[in-house]
Design a protein around this ligand. Sequence first.
Ligand code: SAM
Length: 284
Amino acid sequence: MTQAEPLIRTISDTALLAAVYRARETERQDALFRDPLARRLAGKRGEQIAESMPFSDRNTWAWVVRTYLFDQFIAEQCQQGVDMVINLAAGLDTRPYRMTLPATLKWIEIDLPGILSYKEEILANEKPVCALERVRLELSDVPVRCEVFAQLGGRADTCLIFTEGFIIYFSADQVRALAEDLAAPRTFQRWILDLASPGLLRLLQKNMNISLSGGVSSLQFGPEEGPEFFVPCGWKPIDVRSPLKTAARFKRLSFGMRLLSLLPASNGRQGSRPWSGVCLLAKP
Ligand SMILES: C[S@@+](CC[C@H](N)C(=O)[O-])C[C@H]1O[C@@H](n2cnc3c(N)ncnc32)[C@H](O)[C@@H]1O
C-alpha cells in the first residue's frame, strides 16, 4: 500500500474506525462500556485505518464518550417503553449483543449491503439479546427509505431512531429531507443523533482524511442553527448532552481540552466554537 492510496475506500470503512475505538475502550481497566465483539469486527484493517489518522487517534475520547452517551439515552428510552429501536447507519455497532435490553424489543439495523454482510459473517455464531433484524438500504434513496420507514412504523407502538456518526456525511439538504421522512411515521417518536458545530466540522474536515469524492471531504454537516436545525423538519430537541463535559467528568481530556470544557454549557448557535452534542429529539 503506497502513501497515496487512501485506507478509507468506501464510506462503510468509517465503521471499522468506530469499532477500533470501541475495542480499545473495552480493553481498558476503567472502560466506560464493554464491547467484546468490537475487536473482531474492527480487524487488522480497522487498526491500519486508525493508525493512519493521528488526529482521530489523539481524540479517541470523542468517539468513546459519544458511544457512552448514546448508550445512556438508549437505555433510558427502553426503560420508558419503546418497543422498536432503529439504528440508522448501524455499521459494526453491537448494542443488541452487549446491552441489557428486553427480549421482546424489536431492533432494526439499517446500513449498506457490504458492511452488513461483513458483520453478519463475523457475528454468525453470536446471539443477540433482543429481536434483531437487518435491512440493507442506501439511505439516500428517498422512495425506498420512505417505504421502509412506513413499513417499520406500522409494526411499532413507539419507535426510537438513532443515528450515531452518520448525518455528518450528508449535506444539509439531505439531512433536512431525512429528518422530514423520519417525522412522517406516527410511531417514530424519538431520535438520538450526534451533531457538530460549523467550527468543529471545519476542524474535522482539515484533520481527518475522509474524502471519497475527488479530494472533497466527505464530512459535510454542521449546521449554524445547532440542534434547532431540526425544528422546521418536525423534531424538537428535548435533551442535549455534551461529550466534552462528559469526557472531562471521566478525566479523559488533555490539559488544553480540559480548559475548553470549563466554558459554560451552550446548546444554541456555536459559530466557530468547536462544539458537539448528543441530542435527543422528540415529535413536538
Ligand atoms: C462512522 S460509521 C458509524 C457506524 C455506527 N453508527 C457506529 O457508530 O459505529 C458511518 C456508517 O454510515 C453508513 N452510511 C454512510 N452513508 C450511508 C448511506 N447512504 N446509506 C446507508 N448507510 C450509510 C456507513 O456504511 C457506516 O456504517
